[in-house]
Design a protein around this ligand. Sequence first.
Ligand SMILES: Cc1cc2nc3c(=O)[nH]c(=O)nc-3n(C[C@H](O)[C@H](O)[C@H](O)COP(=O)(O)O)c2cc1C
Length: 181
Amino acid sequence: MTLELLGLCGALRTASLNRLLMQDAARRFDGNFQEANLRLPLYDGDLEDEGLPAEVQALADQIKAADAVLIVTPEYNQSFSGVLKNALDWVSRVDGQPWKGKPVALMSAAAGRTGGARANYALRLAMAPFRTEMVPGPEVLIAGASKEFDAEGRLTNPRYIQAIEEAMGDLHARAVRATAG
Ligand SMILES: Cc1cc2nc3c(=O)[nH]c(=O)nc-3n(C[C@H](O)[C@H](O)[C@H](O)COP(=O)(O)O)c2cc1C
């Protein structure tokens, strides 16, 4: 059975280094990969009262259907991105607990020396209510990220590659167990 990996990238820009990180990590997962659309309207209770936006329902459906989810986020002012928080808030309003028991891995790429450690930690805390099956480690935090990708958009530092392979291996194992159970 082919496992389905869904990627959520907290940066919208085309040249996002986090997207490169997500794609590099996804190549190390034995399964199909697709990136979710996080270009959603801002959460607004009035909008919700009119009915869930179709793209929010589509995102929740994709999360529910995925065997595993990889989330990457930039660090913005010591936390994770508003784009990602907006998506998490919207999905929390959808019936059916799409995150429950879902194998999830978190990673970040950032300009600073900590590689987005604070963003990553804040994201881990923000995900707590959703009761996912979170990969506990190793942390994948790409520091000084603009210098870490080669011309093909791939990471070259063996230390990062090893951490990504370990995290993706754990994510895959959790997805296999969740599918079997
Ligand atoms: C609004 C804003 C706030 C930022 N704050 C931080 C920060 O707190 N720590 C950090 O390491 N980098 C910070 N950066 C730099 C980002 O880490 C860097 O631009 C990164 O490449 C963004 O991710 P992306 O390439 O996926 O878009 C910030 C960038 C922006 C635009």
